[in-house]
Design a binder for this molecule. Structure first.
Ligand code: AHM
Ligand code: MG
Length: 323
């Protein structure tokens, strides 16, 4: 039984020059996840369900739990002193931690504190997604653009937490993808999935079909072909779409499948955010042996221009990808 804390410390020993900051940062994310989990588990009993009343930087209605999760991350990461700042789906601007120790940290983090927030009020899966990059400016001079606006392929680590029938934290470094399940009795994340590899194909096809008539002909054909009953091939494909990208991609990592959120006539770049949704999920999926593109190009090669920019996303088992 290896805990998340023990495992990150063990990993540290593999690198003689490591300072322990990445391990510390991953443990801080784990702590924030436990605090959010504690709220989620009694969501129907305390006053945290429903809309908060404001509209976020994305123009979307903010749920109370979105705000709570964001505040938990801001507090935990600031006091962990293992990152120099954070970008969040819920904050318009970059948050730089300006105390001396944080500002000397090697890493910055980009987060969607609560993914799938439309699922909260109906007690369905929700998640957290995070991306960690190494800052490139000198210590004490953290820069909003240089440090945070880096290509996805520069990620040092990325992960997600799924608040599902159990709560899991999954993270990837270039070495592998590791999954930990929260034991609520002891309050520890224990390693449950030591090496996650995505099957090369699978049964799951995750797409919000209501957009079928607004997507371009190429993607329409991709969807049509997937569901054509061909003996011995895709006859048993299931349409799965939970409204929580983290949950759908998690299922595909376990069983094989594809998730797509394409661009459409009214939203050519789709909905999902590059920096803290698509990049981290693409990094994890690639390390697990899968693929992630915007329909043409690799997600991890996109040069970002804005912290909150969107991109179409096709992600999952290699043999199921759009060509
Ligand atoms: P959120 O981060 O505001 O919750 O939005 C992201 C979510 C994804 O988890 C999910 O796949 C998608 O939005 C659902 O959107 P749609 O209703 O357009 O299919
Ligand atoms: Mg999201």
């Amino acid at each position: 039984m290896i805990t998340l804390d023990e495992f990150t410390i063990q990993q540290l020993r593999l690198y003689p020059h490591a300072t322990g900051e990445l391990s510390g940062l991953l443990r801080a994310v784990g702590l924030a996840g436990k605090l959010i989990n504690a709220k989620v588990r009694k969501a129907g009993l305390i006053d945290i369900l429903g809309r908060q009343g404001s509209i976020n930087v994305q123009g979307e209605s903010v749920q109370k739990l979105d705000v709570i999760a964001n505040e938990i991350f801001m507090k935990v990461l600031r006091s962990s002193i293992n990152c120099a700042g954070m970008v969040s789906e819920e904050n318009e601007d970059v948050l730089i931690f300006d105390d001396q120790l944080s500002n000397a940290s090697k890493y910055v983090i980009l987060i969607d504190p609560l993914d799938g927030s439309g699922n909260i009020s109906v007690n369905m899966d929700i998640g957290t997604v995070f991306s960690i990059v190494k800052r490139i400016t000198a210590k004490g001079t953290c820069s909003q653009t240089k440090d945070f606006l880096q290509d996805g392929k520069k990620q040092i680590a990325a992960g997600y937490i799924i608040y599902g029938s159990s709560t899991m934290l999954v993270y990837a470094t270039r070495r592998g993808v590791y999954g930990f399940t929260l034991d609520v009795e002891t309050g520890e994340f224990y390693m449950s999935h030591p090496s996650i590899k995505i099957p090369d194909t699978g049964k799951n096809f995750c797409f919000d079909y209501r957009y079928y008539y607004a997507i371009d002909d190429r993607v329409k054909k991709f969807v049509d072909d997937a569901f054509k009953t061909r003996k011995g091939t895709n006859a048993d494909l299931s349409l799965r779409y939970s409204g929580c990208m983290v949950a759908d991609i998690h299922r595909n990592l376990m069983e094989g499948g594809i998730f797509l959120y394409p661009g459409r006539k009214d939203k050519p770049d789709g909905k999902l955010r590059l920096m803290y949704e698509c990049n981290p999920m693409a990094f994890i999926t690639e390390v697990a042996g899968g693929a992630a593109t915007d329909g043409h190009n690799r997600i991890l090669d996109i040069h970002p221009k804005d912290f909150h920019q969107r991109t179409p996303l096709f992600i999952g088992s290699k043999s199921m990808m759009i060509q």
